[in-house]
Design a protein around this ligand. Structure first.
Ligand code: CMC
Length: 366
């Protein structure tokens, strides 16, 4: 029987060379195409960083205007996609709706290799899908996109139906930039695997959305708020977290496959969240839960190097800008579609089908 090198969870295995991002888990560093992600989040916008990831450089004024124009021109959903969203029962979760709606967008025949036009068209529509569904669930008529607003401001406007608060737009933009790209994470890998078969962009992104949904990946932030709410008071933090660890449970928003030190996105988002949440008792409780959680993880899981991850403070930022829990993971997808699609383009530019092995441990026929 043939035995291949076994790498459960593919830990420590590289499946591609990329110039999109460096995730340095030992030193807690995150670089997008030669730029610190943290600096991009402070000094640039969603559209500028998307341009960097898709085209390889930050845009000139003209390039930025062109990209903004293309994104705006592609925000509307085809009627059949709106119809499909409206047919999905209200108790189906938002990520399933997003996955279905993206899938329904479809691509023309012979849509491989994927193009930048397809990538921009798709990225522009994700916020509209989420906002359309959210408005329906709230019993409101969905608002159309507003051409005078940038990507992030328009997303907030469509979700809330009110003029977006500039501080909220800035905070959400920082979150959306810091989560656009993150190396060969599970959803990006899923997208690359699909693309490596020469399947189309929509199929790749549909697969990536399915992978992002899980609580060990992008599904964690709403579980962070559930955890904080279940804890309820500072006094209850230690007994609650201890009971969770005693029963073999995981603390949501802690730990990371790659980061064995503080997740740099968590560091940056902590600042963003604290600026908006100075007087918010929820944030005060969350930072207490973080402190106690870190102490207990050191006690129960010594030497595992478990720190707060991006999801812990993503929950805090999204809550601070007034987004409902049900929107946390879909909003992650609104951002990460940029990285997924950049990887799909990169995969297509130097493609070899991704086809690992498994080792058979069953019995043989008599
Ligand atoms: N709480 C308690 N124990 C943990 C946690 C946690 N959050 N994370 C890891 N451990 C323990 C785990 O029980 C194991 O202990 P032992 O050696 O005694 O069996 C050890 O640490 C190693 O865990 P692992 O499952 O081998 O680690 P992994 O690299 O496969 O998992 C992870 C990474 C993110 C799935 C995991 O840390 C986790 O489940 N965290 C909670 C969920 C979460 O916050 N997810 C968001 C991740 S960040 C967003 C993203 O980039 O996708």
């Amino acid at each position: 029987m043939s035995t291949n090198t076994l790498a459960i969870g593919l830990e420590g295995i590289a499946v591609a060379e990329t110039d999109l991002s460096l995730v340095d888990g030992t030193n807690g560093l995150l670089v997008y195409r030669g730029h610190w992600a943290r600096d991009l989040a402070i000094h640039h916008t969603f559209e500028e960083v998307a341009h960097l990831l898709w085209y390889g450089h930050l845009p000139s004024e003209q390039e930025l205007a062109d990209l903004q124009e293309k994104l705006k021109a592609n925000r509307e959903l085809p009627a059949h996609v709106k119809g499909i969203i409206d047919l999905i029962p209200a108790d189906v979760d938002m990520m399933s709706v997003l996955r279905t709606a993206v899938s329904a967008l479809g691509t023309p025949a012979h849509a491989w290799p994927p193009s930048l036009e397809q990538v921009i068209g798709l990225t522009a529509k994700l916020p509209t899908i989420v906002a359309h569904r959210y408005a329906r669930l709230e019993g409101r008529e969905p608002l159309g996109p507003r051409a005078d607003l940038n990507h992030t401001a328009n997303y907030l406007y469509m979700l809330k139906g009110t003029e977006p608060n500039p501080a909220h737009v800035r905070a959400l933009d920082a979150y959306l930039i810091l989560t656009q790209e993150h190396g060969m994470n599970a959803s990006t890998f899923s997208g690359r695997v699909v693309s490596s078969t020469q399947s189309d962009l929509i199929s790749a992104i549909t697969a990536a959305i399915g992978a992002l949904k899980g609580p060990l990946h992008g599904g964690a932030p709403s579980e962070v708020t559930e955890m904080i709410e279940a804890i309820g008071t500072k006094e209850n933090a230690e007994p609650w977290l201890r009971a969770k660890l005693e029963s073999g449970g995981r603390l949501m928003g802690f730990g990371h496959r790659v980061y064995k030190t503080i997740d740099p996105r968590a560091t940056a988002l902590r600042v963003v969240a604290s600026e908006l949440s100075a007087d918010d008792p929820w944030f005060d409780l969350a930072t207490h839960v973080e402190k106690v959680g870190l102490k207990l993880l050191e006690e129960y899981k010594p030497n595992r190097k478990l720190n707060t991850n991006v999801e812990f403070f993503a929950a805090a930022v999204m809550r601070a800008v007034g987004l409902d829990d049900s929107l946390f993971t879909p909003t992650f997808a609104v951002s990460r579609v940029v990285g997924w699609s950049a990887h799909v383009l990169e995969q297509a530019s130097n493609n070899r089908i991704i086809r690992p092995q498994s080792n058979y441990i069953g019995s043989m026929p008599e």
